[in-house]
Design a protein around this ligand. Structure first.
Ligand SMILES: Cc1ncc(COP(=O)(O)O)c(C=O)c1O
Length: 380
């Protein structure tokens, strides 16, 4: 064996056993591979309206001021603005290089080998990969009919559970728990369990009359909690990478501070997030676009014979009734990138982001063509 092979062999088992995160394909690679002029990237739940004009101005201003100085490690200006917005003490907030960074930091701060983590399946991949990378055993509770199965989640929880991770609205399904469901779930959680409540899609959901406001519910829970949100989705900043968390107690943030990289949230990201937060008109326009286009896409999918799950987010999830990986591969030739689900039991499901009206039309036309082609193949 070479020294490198010996070295790799001595790396922690939990690292060697980790699956790679399915980050999807870039529009450029699909354009080049298929020789296409136009590609609709509907696989990463990005914002088709992009960042607003105020963000662009803030970025230009920040660049003009120079980038040779380290960023503010405390994210002071953004911390103050968000603390005011959320009516929380500034010390209870934390920031990450995207909220995925905070998922990693929380996992590596609070989990040890052998700890038990409860989450759901289908799930956002990093809710499983990061806890596993810290050596935790993840129990993934299946959804029922593409809704959270709160009874099954309660049955899976015990005082041994070190962390409960929920994305609400769910990625990939888009469903959300009612206030009564969240209350019941939280009543089952032991005080020894950290509730990690991932609200990456909060801005899209919050106007729905039945969407539960999680902060007061978490505040009443007996358990420690950490709620995560991001600037990547409704604020259109996925490319600059910034997300934040609010914790039940500043001491949880203090522990995470010891694990995170001190300058992990760069200066441009902090300036962009501050400008985005101040521009609620642009964020609301992005949300209104998604609400309109999501309904149009849903109707088109129903017309084609599919039954997308109810979505509170900027994507739709549906059973394609065929191998979703093969279908999404065929869609690439039409210039459409979507996300086939890979978790056991969901390999016939696709998640499609709500894009621009033109991109959504391209997706629907490509799906209709591929569905027709598949039907013709079965008839032959
Ligand atoms: C549920 C959920 N959490 C967290 C993230 C991470 O987002 P970001 O790191 O861009 O803030 C995503 C991204 O798609 C997500 O869907």
């Amino acid at each position: 064996m070479t020294p490198t092979e010996l070295f790799i062999g001595a790396t922690r088992n939990e690292v060697r056993a980790l699956p790679a995160y399915n980050a999807g394909l870039s529009a450029d690679s699909v354009r080049a591979q298929y020789g296409l002029a136009r590609v609709a990237k509907l696989a990463s739940n990005e914002n088709p309206l992009g960042a607003g004009a105020r963000v662009e101005a803030a970025l230009a201003h920040a660049l003009a001021g120079g980038v040779s100085v380290y960023p503010d490690p405390a994210c002071g200006a953004l911390r103050t603005a968000l603390a005011e917005r959320l009516a929380l003490a500034p010390e209870r907030l934390c920031f990450g290089n995207g909220s995925e960074d905070l998922l990693a930091v929380a996992s590596h701060t609070f989990l040890a080998p052998g700890d038990e983590v409860v989450t759901v399946v289908p799930s956002f991949g990093l809710h499983i990969i990061y806890p596993q990378s810290a050596g935790a055993n993840v129990i993934a509770v299946p959804m029922r009919a593409l809704e959270f199965d709160v009874d099954a989640l309660c049955a899976a929880l015990s005082p041994r559970t070190r962390m409960l991770i929920i994305s609400n609205p769910s990625n990939p399904v888009g469903c959300a728990m009612s206030t009564a469901q969240i209350e019941r779930l939280l009543s089952c959680v032991s005080p020894a369990t950290l509730v990690l409540w991932d609200e990456a899609y909060y801005e899209y959901a919050r106007h729905a009359p039945d969407y539960a406001d999680c902060l007061p519910l978490l505040a009443r829970s007996r358990s420690p909690w950490l709620m995560l949100r991001t600037f990547s989705k409704a604020y259109g900043l996925a490319g600059v990478r910034i997300g934040y968390g609010a914790a039940s107690d500043a001491r949880l943030v203090g522990l995470m501070e010891r694990i995170r990289t001190p300058f992990g949230i760069n200066h441009l990201a902090q300036c962009a997030a501050l400008a985005a937060l101040a521009d609620s008109a642009h964020m609301e326009a992005s949300v209104a676009h998604v609400e309109r286009e999501r309904e149009r896409m849903r109707e088109a999918l129903v017309e084609l014979g599919y039954a997308p799950a109810r979505s509170y987010a900027n994507f739709l999830f549906f059973d394609a009734h065929e191998d979703a990986a093969a279908l999404s591969q065929r869609l690439l030739a039409h210039g459409v990138i979507v996300k086939p689900w890979r978790e056991t039991g969901y390999a016939s499901c696709l998640r499609v982001s709500i894009g621009s009206a033109d991109d959504n039309d391209l997706f629907v036309a490509a799906l209709a063509a591929e569905r027709g082609a598949a039907a013709a193949r079965t008839l032959r």
